[in-house]
Design a protein around this ligand. Structure first.
Ligand code: ZN
Length: 137
């Protein structure tokens, strides 16, 4: 298991962390298995999304803000309930297959940290479990 830090620059943004995750996966020394990513936070998430056309990120963020408005008449006094709700909806953990010691992502997929209460410094935890065989198929 290892961790790396990500500095976010805006209140809400997706930060592409694919290269950092692949670097961490390579350091684990596991050729094939499953990578679990986890963010120990309550106002961000970790997701897989398209990382080629930036309009996809803009559309996704815009629509998420419509689904969960910033001013929704929430009770939480800290004023960041929208970020807490979006973190729960998108999730703080994902699993991605590992092949040849790197993430086996689709051609258009990237791993992103979804920030909803930035700017902040976030921690991403990376664990890789090796695929094992007992002998027979
Ligand atoms: Zn809060």
């Amino acid at each position: 298991m290892s961790e790396f830090r990500v500095k976010t620059k805006a209140r809400a943004e997706f930060v592409d962390i694919t290269a950092k995750v692949n670097h961490a996966v390579a350091a684990e020394g596991v050729a094939a298995g499953l990578c679990t990513l986890f963010v120990p936070h309550t106002t961000c998430a970790v997701i897989v999304s398209e990382n080629w056309d930036p309009d996809v990120t803009t559309d996704t963020l815009t629509h998420l803000e419509r689904v969960v408005p910033r001013d929704g008449g929430y009770r939480h006094g800290e004023g960041n309930s929208q970020a807490h709700i979006l973190s729960v909806m998108l999730g703080t953990s994902i699993n991605i297959p590992v092949e040849s010691a790197k993430l086996k992502l689709g051609k258009w997929q990237g791993v992103m940290l979804a920030e909803f209460d930035g700017p902040r410094e976030r921690t991403v935890s990376v664990s890789v479990v090796a695929a094992g065989r007992t002998g027979g198929r």
